[in-house]
Design a protein around this ligand. Sequence first.
Ligand SMILES: CC(C)(COP(=O)(O)OP(=O)(O)OC[C@H]1O[C@@H](n2cnc3c(N)ncnc32)[C@H](O)[C@@H]1OP(=O)(O)O)[C@@H](O)C(=O)NCCC(=O)NCCS
Length: 198
Amino acid sequence: MLKEAQEETAEHIGFIRRLLTSETYLLREHLRRLDSDARHRRFGHDVSDDFINRYAARGGDFGNVTFGYFVDGEVRAVAELRPDILMHRDGAEVAFSVERPFVNRGIATQLMGRVIQTARNRGLRHLVLVCMPDNAKMQAIARHYGAELKVEDGSIVADIVPQEPDYQSWFSEILDERMTYLQSAIDMQRRVRGAAEL
Ligand SMILES: CC(C)(COP(=O)(O)OP(=O)(O)OC[C@H]1O[C@@H](n2cnc3c(N)ncnc32)[C@H](O)[C@@H]1OP(=O)(O)O)[C@@H](O)C(=O)NCCC(=O)NCCS
């Protein structure tokens, strides 16, 4: 399974796993590495480091699910799934960010696949993604997964409707979760060892 989740390129090998509640610092570090254009596109407005610190601290709130794309123990891209109980009881918002050196490698597309599987297994019927009208890449990814796109208040809103869960989607998530805990322990050990060597 780990092999399947790996994406090999000339420069790096990465894999996707869920961030644990105790790992919101990885979300913070990733978002703070985004340049100003990526931050603007991710949040729809300019954001400071302080804003990101406060935002990432809520990453582990009940119902939130964050997937990270890991390279050498660092998170280089994320997909965030945030339940939207005010607007849709059976819906969630999704958002993506990929650090500049890692774009155009299909990482956000892979992350979207994982988010959709998770939404499916939680019985969510709508995944809503909001992006800027000139964000052609994000819209291409949404269309790739069958989204309906419309313009709302000057933004593009994509609605992705996950399929009903089935045996395969459950089984796949169970295997992914096992890898999450195993890999998290390995990443933690790597960090402790790295800190000790400083
Ligand atoms: C948008 C973003 C998430 C894309 O991540 P990524 O990992 O580079 O995307 P991928 O490589 O998986 O996919 C890019 C898709 O855009 C397509 N694409 C690339 N350049 C394009 C262009 N100029 N016009 C249209 N489509 C384009 C690719 O063909 C691919 O689609 P496909 O899978 O159907 O072939 C990333 O650039 C980012 O983090 N941007 C800043 C934050 C942001 O915009 N977030 C979205 C709002 S929440």
